[in-house]
Write a protein that binds this ligand. Structure first.
Ligand code: CTP
Length: 397
């Protein structure tokens, strides 16, 4: 929570400005007071009226507003804040702050401030990669400015790459951490996520339909409550959670090694859809199809069960170990047995064989099974599932 914290939010002029509305809503929900400042260009993307209405206070948008400036408004604005957040931070705002320019209210507030400054960059990938922008970012990092994102992904301009603004939840999590808040502050959480790819030969592999979205949302939800998250992910489509310690792996064996090397945790959530089997010995060369010859036979061996081995660790077992049970038949019965067989504390059962797609989809329906019994949650977005889980964990610790 950010109860009674004052956030000065500078909204730069970029297409990602629309996401700042959601950020204001999230900040308000966690108890913060938001004072919005809009650059002149920002008003081309979101209206000052909607920003004011969501923040519950008027937008500040002019350097030479006589009423406000009678009491040196721009100095006061920066001093009253606990943190100054720039979202989206355009290439222009980044350049101004890096070089100490102050020719409008947004840049003047940034220059006059004596509080932590966090920037969430958002721009076209070529602008992001431009040496001038990268030089400015190096300067800002040296000046101890906090930088969150950007993410990689599709952009409004139709291109793909780094430059998408971090998601509002990720910015909220980073603000919470920067201000030392969050009920899970000081807790270490491990999240495994995504599918694994088990090689057959250099061009083929065994995989599954996991998108990694549920795991990424879980990591974000725990960070939003102030936890330090280590995120071990297979080759998933979903955007990586910004702010987590990221460990990328391909295979189940690599995931097991990464988990074992990652240290001790208060909580471990195993959201990865680990392949149960791997090919006993993957071919070094591409397996060719040869007319008239027998079809290749793949000998499979079982992969290590990472959830099981962590659950059954003697010393150094996380205080709370949570697994998923992806089932298609007798969901609750199988999931309950799975919890006992693996030795984890909670299992989140989901039906992956129903008409509504869970693997690869946006929503999920969970039944939480613990030694205290079962708890059926309604259909929710994977983000809501993640928030509900993080809240439930914070109550249980
Ligand atoms: N899991 C794991 N390592 C494995 C297999 C699964 O850590 N090698 C974890 C998953 O991350 C998940 C839980 O175990 O939290 C259950 O995964 P699931 O695929 O439902 O079960 P399996 O163990 O594969 O059992 P089965 O295929 O028999 O349903």
């Amino acid at each position: 929570m950010l109860t009674d914290k004052n956030i000065l939010l500078i909204i730069g002029g970029g297409i990602a400005a629309y996401k700042s509305l959601e950020l204001i809503r999230l900040l308000g929900k966690s108890g913060a007071k938001v004072v919005p400042v809009m650059s002149n260009a920002a008003a081309q993307f979101v209206t000052p009226l909607s920003v004011s209405a969501l923040a519950g206070t008027p937008v500040r948008d002019e350097l030479f507003n006589l009423d406000a400036e009678a009491e040196m408004g721009h100095i006061r604005l920066s001093r009253d804040a606990d943190i100054v957040v720039v979202a989206p931070a355009t290439a222009d705002l980044i350049a101004k702050l890096a070089n100490g320019l102050a020719n409008d209210l947004a840049s003047a507030v940034l220059l006059a401030g004596n509080k932590p400054v966090m920037l969430a960059p958002a721009m076209n990938v070529a602008m992001w990669e431009n040496p001038a922008t990268q030089r400015n970012l190096t300067t800002l990092r040296d000046d101890h400015r906090l930088i969150i994102g950007p993410n990689e992904g599709d952009m409004a301009c139709g291109e793909f790459g780094f430059g998408r603004m971090a998601e509002p939840e990720e910015i909220l999590a980073a603000i919470t951490t920067a201000l030392g808040g969050g009920v899970l502050r000081g807790k270490r959480v491990l999240v495994t996520s995504g599918p694994t790819h088990e090689p057959i030969d250099p061009v083929r592999y065994i995989a599954n339909r996991s998108s990694g979205l549920q795991g990424a949302e879980i990591a974000r939800a725990f960070m939003a409550l102030g936890a330090e998250v280590v995120f071990v992910t297979g080759p998933a489509d979903a955007a990586r959670p910004v702010g987590a310690k990221l460990i990328e792996v391909q295979t189940a064996l690599e995931m097991e090694a990464a988990v074992n090397a990652a240290g001790e945790f208060d909580v471990a959530v195993f959201a990865a859809a680990v392949a149960d089997w791997r090919v006993a010995s993957a071919s070094n060369g591409k397996i060719k199809k040869t007319k008239g010859k027998a079809l290749p036979e793949l000998e499979l061996v079982e992969n290590p069960d990472i959830l099981r081995s962590v659950s059954q660790r003697g010393s150094g077992r996380p205080g709370l170990v949570i697994g998923f049970a992806a089932e298609t038949d007798d969901v609750l019965e199988n999931a309950s047995k799975k919890r006992l067989r693996k030795g984890c504390d909670w299992i989140l059962a989901n039906d992956v064989g129903g008409p509504r797609p869970v693997m690869g989809g946006l929503d999920n329906q969970i039944t939480l099974i613990s030694e205290d019994g079962t708890e059926e949650w309604p259909w929710m977005s994977k983000r809501q599932v993640a928030e509900a889980l993080a809240k439930r964990v914070s109550e249980a610790l």
